[in-house]
Design a protein around this ligand. Structure first.
Ligand code: COA
Ligand code: AMP
Length: 265
């Protein structure tokens, strides 16, 4: 029966040829939808890739049919906005938040040192895994990184989340997508996530933790920095391998409602 299945629809686009042949990643997005919504998902993801038409030489859309009974669900992380701050202040705030959430100072220092020192040439194709106690690099493949995939808002939930974000002026699609990605990351057992975007001129970023949810900094990425993501793992509580497996393979629907709070400094 068609109702027994859902579909993972994923898009990736690259400049200079396919990723497999060394093309530069330009754009990626994904959906997890019922059969009836597959055609719309393909169309919107294609439009998304074509938004970057001037750079894009290669687009691949992949559709995988998955058993509905294999899809897990979780509620979207609560979102906290922070007062207007310059990047240096946002970074100090984020450092403190991470330490208060149980990430060792050594690990926070290692993460920011890596994010600040990262170059476009040295960028990973996913997130770096960092031991939350020592700061040691746990990434299984140091050039690839670990990628969250096979997640989306559940049918009907994207509109609810979009409306709640729009009420506080957060209308950029990146906020909605990053919130979904961070929700999957924390659901998978990651102790904290730290991110700023690759996108030139997009300076917002966030810290996500089980305690505080998704804490958004409007002005986070320092001038000249390239993008990056860190997933902190507490190896004394959890092994990295099953977490990576959940992040990359387990399909997940994210439900509303979205709670939005204002965070004081
Ligand atoms: N950055 C750079 N390269 C990427 C990439 C990324 N985010 N995602 C895929 N690639 C390239 C890599 O070369 C990869 O090979 P590798 O596994 O050896 O690294 C190759 O494409 C194939 O990757 P695969 O995972 O099989 O691609 P896919 O067709 O399943 O597409 C994406 C996966 C891009 C949809 C998924 O990885 C992703 O990023 N999903 C989240 C998108 C999202 O919501 N982003 C919002 C963040 S704000
Ligand atoms: P972006 O938010 O797309 O600008 O990406 C910022 C950084 O996040 C990139 O430099 C990658 O290191 C990392 N990244 C991109 N896609 C993923 C993903 N699906 N899962 C984990 N990390 C990712």
């Amino acid at each position: 029966m068609a109702d027994d299945y859902v579909y993972s629809v994923r898009m990736r686009a690259a400049a200079g040829g396919p990723h497999e042949d060394g093309g530069r990643h330009v754009s990626g997005a994904e959906r997890l939808v019922d059969a009836v919504d597959v055609a719309d998902a393909v169309s919107s993801l294609t439009r998304r890739a074509m938004d970057r038409e001037a750079e894009t030489d290669f687009v691949r859309i992949t559709i995988d049919r998955l058993r509905r009974s294999d899809v897990e669900t979780t509620q979207v992380l609560k979102l906290r906005t922070t007062p207007a701050m310059a990047p240096a202040e946002s970074i100090s705030h984020a450092r403190l938040l991470l330490v208060e959430s149980g990430i060792a100072k050594e690990a926070v220092d290692a993460a920011f040192a890596w994010l600040m020192g990262s170059t476009a040439a040295g960028a990973l194709r996913g997130a770096r895994l960092v031991d939350s106690r020592s700061g040691a690099d746990l990434t299984p493949d140091a050039k690839r990184g670990v990628r969250a995939s096979r997640f989306d808002y559940a049918p009907g939930a994207a509109g609810v989340v979009e409306a709640a974000l729009s009420d506080v002026g957060l209308t950029h699609f990146r906020t909605r997508e990053a919130l979904a990605l961070a929700t999957k990351v924390i659901w998978a057992g990651v102790a904290a996530e730290l991110c700023w975007s690759d996108e030139h001129g997009y300076v917002a970023g966030y810290v996500a933790t089980p305690r505080d949810g998704y804490v958004r900094y409007a002005d986070f990425k320092p001038a000249g920095a390239v993008g990056g993501r860190i997933f902190f793992i507490d190896r004394s509580k959890i092994r990295p391998e099953p977490v990576v497996d959940l992040l990359e393979r387990q399909s997940l629907w994210i439900t509303g409602p979205l709670d939005i709070l204002r965070m004081a400094t």
